[in-house]
Design a protein. Sequence first.
Length: 318
Amino acid sequence: VAKVFLAVDIAGSTLKAAIVDEAGTMLVRDRVPTPARDVWPSVARLVRRVVAASPEPAAACGVVCSGPIDAASGTVSPLAIPSWQEFPLRDTVAQLTGLPVTLDTDAQALVLAEAWAGAARGMSDVIGVVVGNSVTGGIISAGRLLQGRFGNAGTIGHVVVEPEGRPCACGGVGCLDAYCSRAAIELELGRDMQRAPLAIRERTGTLVGRALASVAALVDVRCAVIGGSVALTFGDPFFAAARDELERRTGLEFTRGFAVHPAALGVHATLIGAAVLAQLERVGAPAAGPGAGGIGAGGLSTALVTGSVEVVHAPAPR
Ligand SMILES: [Zn+2]
């Protein structure tokens, strides 16, 4: 009997949950809009509904949330959900479901899913970028998902692209997110992002390409997979502008030829990634503490189709 996993995706606009099997097929899925307040009761109802519809009990649960998160303590403080400050999401989901729960950012789930079964299949050095309600990302380097101290590595939305530019929700100035998030674009246009003119579509691509050029130099990844509602709606003009800007700004031997691909798994990528996280955690023994070297590549390579992605859940304590 194939194992199934519970996947939960919490973002500022939508709450999603699914039951996903080992092959990445979604057997059950459901979604509700994120309420302005009392977010947890909505999550709990959604999760109960999906669990009740599952053909068999889930083996583990992967929860992904828009950042910032603290993977060590299992808490989240998403900019997009102001009422959650250090909300103990991992333990609360574990209590509700009785399952082992893995917590990561939504963008890290996206890059895992795309490296597992999407546009970055089999690649061991790639950044996944979400250009949607917010701009964020996750990095796989040498086959490992980079976590950073608190689990926020890859948060490209707060890379500076205009040094004297707009104020950003993070408190900084000129961040990529302040120009390219859905909210920023709609505030500027005064209308829905879907009706953005060509110039805005291209500028968004240019700025994302600018940030990616820095990433290419800093982390030495070979390509980006870009998803999210803004990127996928803006389409060709966005991707062409991103590639042009990268061409202009990547002159080093190892950065040249940096490729940009649209995400292949569409809107379900983060849910599939959450299931991959749950699966990785179940297959290998979870790293117990600081300095632990990962969760056992041997077990992973047989569990994952690509055999190239490993997750290290051992962020150092504060
Ligand atoms: Zn910022």
